[in-house]
Design a protein around this ligand. Structure first.
Ligand SMILES: Nc1ncnc2c1ncn2[C@@H]1O[C@H](COP(=O)(O)OP(=O)(O)OP(=O)(O)O)[C@@H](O)[C@H]1O
Ligand SMILES: [Mg+2]
Length: 156
């Protein structure tokens, strides 16, 4: 696999712009991993993806306590997942989170908690802190089904 691509996200608008491009490229069967420390912006990024796909500023609560929040949109069910609180990867099977159906796209916070159960063919976005309070860095790794879409995702 190629080295991760690095993207600077100097402010919230830059995070929203990345989310907008991701929303435009998202399709059924996708698993998007959103990793990085507590409070870095994983839910913020997911929220912007979901709102862009919905075409409206709908409410997108953090799934920290519900584990899964579903957004049935025309032609695509977006499942916003937070694995922070699961005990072990096997719990993903009980939650129906081993493989997405062809009309589902998953946005998964804390994907590392899914171990080998969560699909490895993902787009992974790891957020880290940047040079100032509103700045973030994104390290982006594309699995096989995202390789051809990666240039369009990075082209901000
Ligand atoms: N450039 C940025 N990108 C994303 N979030 C930002 C940025 N600048 C500031 N923020 C703020 O950082 C906070 C990120 O909170 P968020 O709930 O998205 O974090 P999280 O990574 O999902 O945390 P958790 O691990 O608890 O789920 C929000 O308050 C958001 O407004
Ligand atoms: Mg979160």
């Amino acid at each position: 696999m190629a080295a991760p691509a690095e993207l600077a996200l100097p402010d919230l608008a830059a995070t929203a712009a990345l989310a907008g491009r991701l929303a435009g490229l998202l399709r059924g069967g996708d698993v998007i991993g959103l990793s990085g420390p507590l409070g870095i912006g994983k839910s913020e990024l997911a929220r912007a993806v979901i709102r862009t796909c919905a075409g409206a500023p709908i409410e997108v609560p953090s799934p920290t306590f519900t584990l899964i929040q579903d957004y049935p949109l025309p032609g695509l069910l977006i499942r916003h997942v937070d694995l922070y609180r699961i005990g072990q990867p096997d719990e993903l099977i009980e939650l129906g989170l081993d493989q997405p159906a062809s009309d589902e796209a998953w946005l998964v916070e804390w994907p590392e908690q899914g171990g080998a159960v969560l699909s490895a063919d993902r787009l992974d976005i790891e957020l880290g802190s940047g040079a100032h309070e509103q700045a973030r860095r994104a390290r982006i790794t594309a699995g096989p089904t995202w390789q051809s879409r990666l240039p369009a995702l990075l082209d901000g």
